[in-house]
Design a protein around this ligand. Structure first.
Ligand code: ATP
Length: 247
């Protein structure tokens, strides 16, 4: 379980020597339960990606804590095997000089598997995301957007983490590829018994994937609602936001 307790985050406004700060996240507290898919939605600039970076331990909160089963998430040892990520910008997620095989080998090297096990795992993962072994020797520029994102997903799944954070991971793919990737994520979730934190603008994708949805507004949590109660959100802002996105 991931426990987020009274998290605050601000950034310097302007240059390095600027004194003024912009508050980006305020009083963020919630739990992510093992195995669940929690959607995070909100207008552009509401702090979703910042929260995502904090959940991944890439950045630290100014105040408050983010704990994975009681341990600080900004400790690399806590994250290893527990949480990984897939981002929107898949083109820069893979080193352009690495083949698919090399890119996938990176996280596997951190595990105590021998070379033969690693090789076998790469084939199995590629297969699970719908790519055959001929993709092993390809470079990112030889892949379509959907194929690259499949490789990113395979890589994120490779260490069998208990949670994958997906930050707009399907947004830049075209409609049919988006659906394929969502289907893939759903089936991997069951196969690996893992959960997702799903940051998106796309309420329909969130409704399709998630058990609960957290609605953010100006760096605060407006409401957290079970997906079956999405139509009954309480706050007028959440209602308006949902109407706007659905329309
Ligand atoms: N590293 C940073 N330094 C300064 N300001 C930042 C930094 N990262 C984010 N911000 C600011 O924090 C606010 C929230 O940004 P964030 O990217 O988290 O929002 P978001 O909800 O993910 O937006 P979008 O949906 O457009 O991606 C924005 O005003 C942004 O300019």
């Amino acid at each position: 379980m991931l426990t987020i307790d009274h998290v605050e985050k601000s950034y310097k406004k302007g240059g390095l020597f600027a004194r003024e700060r912009q508050q980006v996240l305020s009083n963020i507290s919630f739990d992510w339960k093992q195995g669940e898919c929690l959607g995070i939605i909100g207008e552009s600039g509401s702090g979703k990606s910042t929260l995502g970076r904090l959940l991944l331990g890439i950045e630290k909160p100014d105040q408050g804590s983010i704990l994975w089963e009681g341990k600080r998430i900004d400790d690399r040892r806590t994250r290893l095997g527990n949480i990984s990520a897939v981002f929107q910008d898949y083109t820069s997620s893979i080193n352009p000089f690495y083949t698919v095989e090399q890119a996938m080998m990176e996280p596997l090297k951190l595990q105590k598997k021998n070379r033969q096990e690693q090789e076998g795992k790469i084939d199995q993962l590629l297969n699970q995301v719908g790519l055959d072994s001929s993709y092993r020797k390809k470079y990112p520029h030889e892949l379509s957007g959907g194929e690259t994102q499949r490789v990113c997903i395979a890589r994120a799944v490779s260490t069998e983490p208990r949670c994958i954070l997906l930050d707009e991971a399907v947004s830049s793919l075209d409609g049919s590829v988006q659906i394929q990737i969502l289907e893939l994520l759903k089936s991997l979730r069951t196969q690996y018994n893992m959960g997702y934190i799903f940051i998106t603008h796309d309420i329909q994708a969130a409704a399709y994937m998630c058990d609960r949805v957290m609605i953010m507004r100006s760096g605060r949590i407006e409401e957290i609602v079970g997906i079956e109660h999405l139509k009954d959100v309480q706050s007028p802002y959440a209602r308006k936001l949902l109407q706007m996105i659905i329309a």
